[in-house]
Design a protein around this ligand. Structure first.
Ligand code: SF4
Length: 372
C-alpha cells in the first residue's frame, strides 16, 4: 500500500517520508554534494524520473521505504563486538594483522546503501574526542600489538578531514615501526573531488605510501573531473584500487560492472573486490539473490579481460570476509545459506529470488542508449 502510494509521489515526498523512517530506525539522512547532484540532475533530465543508478545511491526510492526482506538486522557485521571497551568508536579490530581506524563519522555525502549506517548514525549524535586524542588511543594499541601490520582509515570518510588532522594521523602512525601499510577507504574523490584539488594532501598520501581504495559503484561516477583526479593521484605515486557492493538497479548487470572496471582500469585503478550487499534494515531495495549475483560474477569472469578478473567476490561478516568456497550448506526452501570461516559459522538469509527484480540495463546505462 505504502509503495503504491509513493510511486506517484515526488522525490521530495519520498525524502520527507524517509527522513521520518531514518530517525526511528537509525538510518543515514539524505546528504548529497552539489558535484554529485549535478550528475543526478542530468540523469533525471534524461530518464524523466529518479530511478536512475546514481539517484538511487543517495535518494530513497519508493521501494526503499516499504520493501523488507526476511532476516534483516541493524548491524550485520556487528562492528561493536570488534571494538575494545576503551576504544569505542575509535578503532575496530577483526583480524590480528589489521586495524580499522575511524577518526571521523562525517562523510562528504551519504550512500543510502551504506552497510555501516546503524553505527554511523549513532556516532553522529555523540561527541568524539579530538583526532589527536583518538590517535593516542590507536598508537597505544599498536605499540602493544606488534602483530598489527596495517592501519585502514575508514569512517565516516577520512578524506573529509583537513590537511593538518591528516598530517597528525599519518605522522603518528608512521612513528610505529611495526605498521607496514596504510590504507584509506573513501568516496571523497567521487562525491567531492575539489577537496583534493591542491597537491598538498596528495603529497602527504604519497609520502606515506598509502593505498587509496575508492568505493565507486557505477561507471557514470567516473566523469572527466574524477578521471583527472585519478590521473593526478597516480602521477603522485598513490596506488589506487576500487572495492564496492553489487547493488540492485544500480549495477546488477555484467555490462555495468565491466564498464565500471574498464573505466577505472584506464585510470590506473585496480578492482579489489565486489561484495554482497548486507541484510541490514531497509536494505531490500539494494539486495540481490545469491544465485543471481554468482551468475553475474561468472559472466564478468568469462567476458572480462584477464587484467580485470583478479577481484574477490565476498560477503563481510562479524568474523571477517567469506567467499563462495566458504559456503558449506544451503536450504533452498528457506533460502538460508551457511558459510564457515576458521571454525565460525555465518548464517546468511538469502534475498528471496521471488523479490529479486533485476535492474533494467537501459536505465542503468542510459548514456549508451542515448548514444546508440
Ligand atoms: S562514504 Fe562510506 S561510510 Fe560514508 S555513507 Fe558512503 S559508504 Fe557509508
Amino acid at each position: 500500500m505504502l509503495a503504491t502510494q509513493l510511486q506517484s509521489d515526488t522525490q521530495e515526498d519520498r525524502n520527507a517520508a524517509y527522513a521520518a523512517l531514518a530517525k526511528t530506525h537509525g538510518l543515514l539522512s539524505v546528504k548529497v554534494t552539489p558535484f554529485y547532484q549535478k550528475k543526478i540532475d542530468e540523469e533525471v533530465a534524461a530518464l524523466g524520473h529518479h530511478q536512475g543508478p546514481l539517484a538511487r545511491t543517495v535518494y530513497p526510492s519508493s521501494e526503499r521505504l516499504a520493501l523488507r526482506a526476511p532476516g534483516e538486522v541493524a548491524d550485520w557485521v556487528d562492528d561493536r563486538s570488534n571494538m575494545e571497551d576503551d576504544a569505542k568508536d575509535i578503532f575496530i579490530q577483526k583480524y590480528p594483522d589489521r586495524v580499522l581506524f575511524t577518526p571521523t563519522s562525517t562523510c562528504a555525502a551519504h550512500c543510502l546503501y551504506c552497510f555501516r549506517q546503524d553505527v554511523l548514525s549513532q556516532q553522529k549524535t555523540t561527541a568524539r574526542p579530538s583526532v589527536e586524542q583518538q590517535c593516542d588511543v590507536l598508537i597505544k594499541h599498536l605499540k602493544s600489538h606488534p602483530e598489527v601490520q596495517e592501519v585502514i582509515l575508514s569512517g565516516g570518510d577520512p578524506l573529509t578531514l583537513p590537511l593538518n588532522e591528516l598530517q597528525i594521523i599519518f605522522d603518528k602512525i608512521a612513528s610505529v615501526k611495526t605498521v607496514m601499510n596504510i590504507r584509506i577507504h573513501t568516496r571523497v574523490p567521487i562525491f567531492l573531488p575539489t577537496a583534493l584539488k591542491n597537491d598538498d594532501k596528495l603529497a602527504l598520501f604519497a609520502k606515506h605510501n598509502v593505498r587509496m581504495i575508492l568505493h565507486s559503484v557505477h561507471p557514470y561516477e567516473i566523469c572527466d573531473e574524477v578521471a583527472t583526479l585519478l590521473e593526478r593521484m597516480h602521477a603522485h605515486g598513490i596506488r589506487l584500487y576500487n572495492h564496492f557492493p553489487m547493488l540492485r538497479h544500480v549495477n546488477d548487470h555484467a555490462d555495468v560492472l565491466l564498464e565500471l572496471m574498464q573505466k577505472l582500469e584506464a585510470h590506473h585503478v585496480k578492482t579489489l573486490s565486489i561484495y554482497v550487499p548486507e541484510p541490514i534494515n531497509f536494505s531490500a531495495v539494494y539486495r540481490i539473490s545469491y544465485d543471481r549475483m554468482c551468475a553475474i560474477i561468472d559472466e564478468v569472469n568469462v567476458r572480462g579481460a584477464a587484467w580485470l578478473n583478479s577481484f574477490r567476490f565476498c560477503l563481510d561478516s562479524p568474523f571477517g570476509k567469506v567467499r563462495r568456497e566458504n559456503l558449506k550448506m544451503r536450504d533452498r526452501v528457506s533460502q538460508h545459506l551457511v558459510f564457515m570461516r576458521e571454525g565460525q559459522r555465518i548464517d546468511y538469509p538469502d534475498f528471496p529470488a521471488q523479490m529479486d527484480k533485476p535492474g533494467d540495463i537501459k536505465t542503468m546505462l542510459w548514456k549508451m542508449k542515448k548514444a546508440a
